[in-house]
Design a protein around this ligand. Structure first.
Ligand code: S3P
Length: 441
């Protein structure tokens, strides 16, 4: 188990970029693979999660080449711009994989692939690592079955490995019981191969990268409030897709620069899609100073540069409506709340219990080990901030975001913090440790 060690920081200073957005990279690989002709994905995220998605398509007969403007992809660092070149063969151009498709640690890859494979005319099996094999899949399997899919797995299809017998699908009208972009996207991908209309309604809007990418590729989609409706296109063509920096990776640096005194940090080229910016809004409410500059749009996705200065924070009450757009940022938001004066209450966030780890339990346990005052609720946490943190030996529980959040907490703690299991950071943020060391004084 690879540990990382972090000491108390005297300031976070500099200008950085973070690696490409994970959600957009997965979708770009999938859509490039279903398109006809060449797709170039610029600035894609070369992390383990996304590389698993690419290898799944290679196993289904596609050519996907990694490169960095002609050279081999470098897998570390935040400022190079790696490229992926995909030769798509159209919506029905995949061939039956002769072995199991292993999607590693990635819930996004496994759930979206299940939707994409349900309507293909071949048999496939999708699986993942131990953590992924314990995460709930009925949320995608149930509505896919209603579309006519035949999917088998343990607990009546709730647990991977999932065996997918490709079937002719039909569009359905479906109200999602949980706000989940993975469920929504799995059904939209299934809708690409379904007869008739697929109409989805979300309880609270979740990240809309799939919808934006469909529109960018010319796939007709109607969006009215929280309702999305589509019909299968006959074909669509590949194109260049540019991936902005991942705000969920920038989040660790945004919180670090906010809570470590004497900090001023610029993060360039970050995706600021409004379905992802909950952290920026909540930190602003807590008193943070985050300037959003140079706003622009790259292929239907809003992008900006962020300038962060350290500020004292105060606790807030987080409403359930803010949860979906902050969902991956809660581990590091807990760190900000522990540094704030007063109480922060997070409710309506029970989804955190079924992420790469039970993030309510893991953050409560590990930050308490450092001296913070956190109380678990069934659907969130109460964090009584302002306690002095002390360095401790902490665990990642095989969860990349827990490892990075604890490293950020270590920057404000007295003494050294060791985070065990830091190798999991590779699933989403290659080069995290090097980038952190380059800005932490
Ligand atoms: C993602 C959706 C979210 C998020 C995950 C990425 C996506 O999951 O937590 O990291 O790319 O669609 P849920 O859909 O389960 O909320």
């Amino acid at each position: 188990m690879k540990p990382i060690g972090v000491g108390k920081s005297r300031g976070i200073q500099g200008t950085i970029t973070v690696p490409g957005d994970k959600s957009i990279t997965h979708r770009a690989i999938m859509m490039g693979s279903l398109a006809r002709g060449k797709t170039v994905v610029k600035g894609y995220l070369p992390s383990e999660d996304c590389l698993h998605t690419a290898s799944a398509f290679r196993m289904m007969g596609l050519s996907i080449e990694e490169g960095n403007r002609g050279g081999p992809a470098r897998r570390t660092g935040g400022d190079e711009s790696p490229e992926l070149r995909i030769e798509g063969k159209g919506l029905r151009g995949l061939t039956e994989p002769s072995s199991v498709l292993d999607l590693g640690n990635s819930g996004t890859a496994l759930r979206l692939m299940t939707g994409l494979l349900a309507g293909q005319d071949f048999f496939s099996v999708v699986t993942g690592d131990e953590s992924l094999r314990g995460r709930p899949m009925r949320r995608v399997v149930d509505p896919l079955r209603r579309m006519g899919a035949e999917i088998h797995g343990r607990q009546d299809g709730n647990l991977a490995p999932l065996a997918v017998h490709g079937r002719r699908l039909k569009g359905i009208a479906y109200a999602l019981p949980v706000a989940s972009a993975q469920v929504k996207s799995a059904l939209l991908l299934a809708g690409l191969l379904a007869d008739g209309r697929t109409v989805l309604t979300e309880p609270i809007p979740s990240r809309d990268h799939t919808e934006r990418m469909f529109l960018g590729l010319g796939i007709p989609l109607e969006i009215r409030g929280t309702q999305i409706s589509m019909e299968a296109p006959s074909e669509f063509s590949g194109r260049e897709i540019e991936v902005p920096g991942d705000i969920s990776s920038a989040a660790f640096f945004i919180v670090a620069a906010t809570i470590v005194k004497h900090s001023e940090l610029t993060v360039r080229n970050v995706g600021v899609n409004p379905t992802r910016t909950g952290l920026l809004e909540l930190l602003a409410e807590m008193g943070a100073e985050i300037r959003v500059e140079n706003r622009r749009e790259i292929q239907h996705e809003p992008v900006a540069d962020l300038v962060i200065r350290s500020r004292p924070l105060r606790g807030i009450r987080i409403r359930p409506e803010s949860v979906p757009k902050t969902i991956d940022e809660f581990p590091v938001l807990c760190v900000a709340a522990a540094a704030a004066e007063g109480e922060t209450i997070i409710r309506g966030a029970e989804e955190l219990r079924v992420k790469e780890s039970d993030r309510i339990r893991t953050m409560a346990t590990e930050l308490s080990r450092m001296g913070a005052d956190l109380e678990e609720l069934p659907d969130g946490l109460v964090i009584r901030g302002g306690r002095k943190l002390s360095g401790a030996r902490c665990l990642s529980y095989g969860d990349h975001r827990i490892a990075m959040a604890l490293a950020v907490a270590g920057l404000t703690a007295d003494g050294e913090t060791i985070v065990e299991g830091a190798e999991w950071i590779e699933t989403s943020f290659p080069g995290f440790e090097r980038l952190l060391r380059s800005v932490a004084q």
